[in-house]
Design a protein around this ligand. Structure first.
Ligand SMILES: [Zn+2]
Length: 252
């Protein structure tokens, strides 16, 4: 039977990520998952930094002598490709607790990222870490959860210290995921005025819009042009680029 995580490849592809579907993934799992509440981040710990992009793939699919597969829903290769392994429940979490949830395998999607976990494999490839952030963000967005519902296996696992993966800092990881989920709002533009320590980049934007040579310097010429622009648009010609003047400039 087909298990419920059939949305995984689409959600990842929509986030601009590379995806490879392993044969039979839709019906693979230790039964179906429960309500999906988050993501657990792992590293594979497979030795051999140069052993390939996703050398652990077969193990993740078929399991180990001591643990039946699948061992995670997703594998993440060194080149940032996501391997879809299973649409059902996987043996990745073990005993632990995060956000009050103790049934890790039923409630958390597992991502096993290819990394030895050792000093030889640090720092992680930028392309892989970027895909890790973006993939986790896409999954959390799909299930309507915030970055706090992404945990490292080392944070979830009990007793404390039972697991050491992943080898990166989870606080920084969640911050990066949070930025993808909610980019910092641009907010209202700051006021520009001759004599203020204006942001030259912002002055250039304004100058271009009102037809002044965009040199980033709010001098007398720019001030005169702003006053003329304000007068033409029915504003008090005070030469100060405040909220109302910015609105008109942004529309110009
Ligand atoms: Zn793990």
């Amino acid at each position: 039977m087909t298990f419920s995580l059939t949305w995984l490849p689409g959600v990842l592809r929509n986030a601009g990520l590379k995806v490879i579907e392993s044969a039979g993934w839709e019906t693979r799992g230790q039964g179906d998952m429960g309500i999906v509440s988050g993501v657990l981040c792992h590293h594979t710990g497979t030795p051999g930094k140069n052993s390939g992009n996703m050398p652990t793939l077969n193990t993740l699919i078929n399991g180990r002598p001591d643990l039946p597969g699948p061992l995670s829903q997703l594998g993440l290769g060194r080149d940032g490709t996501y391997y879809i392994i299973a649409a059902g429940r996987c043996n990745h979490a073990g005993k632990g607790k995060w956000q009050g949830i103790t049934a890790g395998n039923s409630r958390f999607i597992g991502i096993e990222a290819e990394n030895t976990g050792g000093k030889d494999d640090k720092p992680w490839p930028e392309i892989q870490m970027d895909a890790y952030h973006r993939g986790v963000a896409a999954i959390l967005k799909h299930i309507g959860k915030g970055p706090e519902f992404c945990a490292g296996h080392k944070e979830y696992a009990l007793p404390k210290g039972r697991k050491s993966d992943p080898s990166f800092d989870m606080g920084a990881f969640r911050k990066a995921v949070a930025v993808i989920l909610a980019p910092p709002a641009s907010g209202p533009r700051p006021t520009l005025k001759r004599g203020l320590p204006n942001d030259p980049e912002l002055v250039k934007i304004m100058q271009e819009k009102i037809g002044v040579n965009p040199d980033g310097n709010f001098g007398p010429k720019t001030e005169a042009a702003i006053k003329a622009f304000q007068a033409t648009n029915g504003l008090l010609p005070d030469g100060v680029v405040g909220r109302k003047t910015w609105e008109l400039i942004d529309m110009a």
